[in-house]
Design a protein around this ligand. Structure first.
Ligand code: SF4
Length: 337
C-alpha cells in the first residue's frame, strides 16, 4: 500500500466557529481526510501569541472547537485531531529550531507588522508573537508534513518554514541530499471567503457572522435584518442582485432554479426582499441542523470528545517523537547517558 502524503493544518481557539470557518476551512478538511494522512491541531499556544491576557476562556474555546470539528464530520479514526499543548514535542522542536533561525527572517514575515498595526489594542512586541511563524514551522515539521493547506495570505509563512527546513538540513545533514526535515509545500485552497451578513468577508471582527451554534430563530433574525440593494427602498422598486449581500449568500446555498427566481424577481420587483430571503434562511438552517444535533450530543457526552482528542494525541505523539529523536541525533543531543 502506498504511503499517504501528510497534511497538517490548525486553527486558533479564540472563540466560537461560524459559517466562514465551515465553508472556508472545515469543508476542505473533510475532503483532505479522504485522501491524505491528516493532522488537525487546535493550536492553543498560537492563540496565546495574541490573546495572552485572555487565558480564562481558552479551555472553553479549545473544547468547543473540538466539538465543532467532530460535529461537522472530522473523523478521529481517519485524521489525527489533537491539542497542540498536549504535545510538548512542538515546543522542544521550536526551541531547537530557534537556534538556527536568523532574527531577520522572522521580522520580515509580513504578518508580523500587519498584525501589530491591526491589533493596536494589544502589545505585540513580545518574544512569543515574533516567534509564532517558527512555532508554526515546528508544528509542521513535527510530522514532516508534505503539505499545508493555506490561503494566499499564509503563503509567506510556508515559504519561511521551507527556508528554516533547508537551513536546518544544510547545517546538520551529512551531505547535500540528507533531508532531516521535509520542506513543506503549500496546498493552495481556493479562496472560499464566505460573505458575511454585510457582504464583507465573514469574520468575528466585522460582527457579520452566522455562528455554527446559532439556533434557527437567530439565523432567521440575522438574515431578515441583512441589508439589501439600497435601490430597493419600496417593495415596488426594482433591484439588482449584484448589489445585494443576500445574493452573495444565495449563490453559495441555493440551486440554479432558486437563483433564477431571485434574479428575475428582484430585477422585476416581482418578489419582495423578505420573500427572497426565505429560501436562504431555510437552506442555512437545513445545513446547520445536523451539525447542531451532533454538537448537542457531544456536549451531553464530553467523554466522546476527550476520547477523540486522546486518540489523536497518542497517535500524533508517536510521529512527533520520531521526528524529535532524528533532530536530536543530528544535532548531537542524543546522549547515551
Ligand atoms: S430581492 Fe433579494 S437579491 Fe434583490 S435586493 Fe432584495 S434581498 Fe437582495
Amino acid at each position: 500500500m502506498t504511503k499517504k502524503a501528510r497534511v497538517l493544518s490548525g486553527m486558533r481557539p479564540t472563540g466560537g466557529l461560524h459559517l466562514g470557518h465551515y465553508h472556508g476551512v472545515l469543508k476542505n478538511w473533510l475532503q483532505l481526510q479522504e485522501t491524505y494522512e491528516c493532522y488537525f491541531c487546535i493550536v492553543d499556544w498560537h492563540a496565546l501569541t495574541t490573546h495572552y491576557d485572555e487565558t480564562h476562556t481558552i479551555a472553553h474555546h479549545v473544547f468547543d472547537m473540538a466539538i465543532a470539528w467532530l460535529a461537522v464530520g472530522i473523523d478521529p479514526n481517519k485524521s489525527h485531531l489533537f491539542i497542540q499543548s498536549k504535545l510538548p514535542e512542538h515546543a522542544e522542536l521550536h526551541l531547537l529550531l530557534s537556534m538556527v533561525t536568523p532574527l531577520s527572517w522572522l521580522t520580515r514575515v509580513p504578518s508580523y507588522k500587519d498584525q501589530q498595526e491591526k491589533l493596536t489594542e494589544k502589545d505585540l512586541t513580545t518574544y512569543g508573537f515574533l516567534g509564532y511563524p517558527l512555532l508554526q514551522a515546528a508544528d509542521i515539521f513535527a510530522y514532516n508534513a508534505d503539505f499545508v493547506p493555506v490561503g494566499e495570505d499564509q503563503v509567506p509563512h510556508i515559504e519561511f518554514a521551507r527556508e528554516v527546513a533547508r537551513r536546518f538540513n544544510f547545517i546538520y545533514g551529512k551531505d547535500d541530499d540528507h533531508v532531516i526535515i521535509t520542506p513543506p509545500q503549500t496546498l493552495l485552497t481556493k479562496a472560499s471567503k464566505l460573505p458575511g451578513l454585510d457582504g464583507q468577508k465573514m469574520s468575528k471582527s466585522y460582527h457579520n457572522t452566522i455562528m455554527l451554534e446559532d439556533p434557527p430563530a437567530t439565523v432567521e433574525k440575522k438574515i431578515k435584518t441583512m441589508p439589501t440593494d439600497p435601490a430597493r427602498v419600496r417593495r415596488t422598486d426594482k433591484g439588482e442582485p449584484e448589489r445585494c449581500p443576500v445574493w452573495a449568500l444565495h449563490k453559495v446555498y441555493n440551486d440554479e432554479a432558486t437563483l433564477e427566481w431571485v434574479q428575475t424577481g428582484c430585477r422585476s420587483a416581482g418578489i419582495g426582499c423578505l420573500e427572497c430571503k426565505a429560501p436562504l434562511i431555510r437552506a442555512v438552517n437545513e445545513e446547520l441542523e445536523p451539525i447542531q444535533e451532533k454538537m448537542a450530543d457531544l456536549k451531553a457526552h464530553p467523554e466522546k470528545v476527550c476520547a477523540a482528542l486522546e486518540l489523536g494525541a497518542a497517535r500524533a505523539r508517536v510521529t512527533a517523537q520520531q521526528t524529535l529523536t532524528s533532530v536530536k541525533e543530528v544535532m548531537g543531543l542524543a546522549y547515551p547517558f
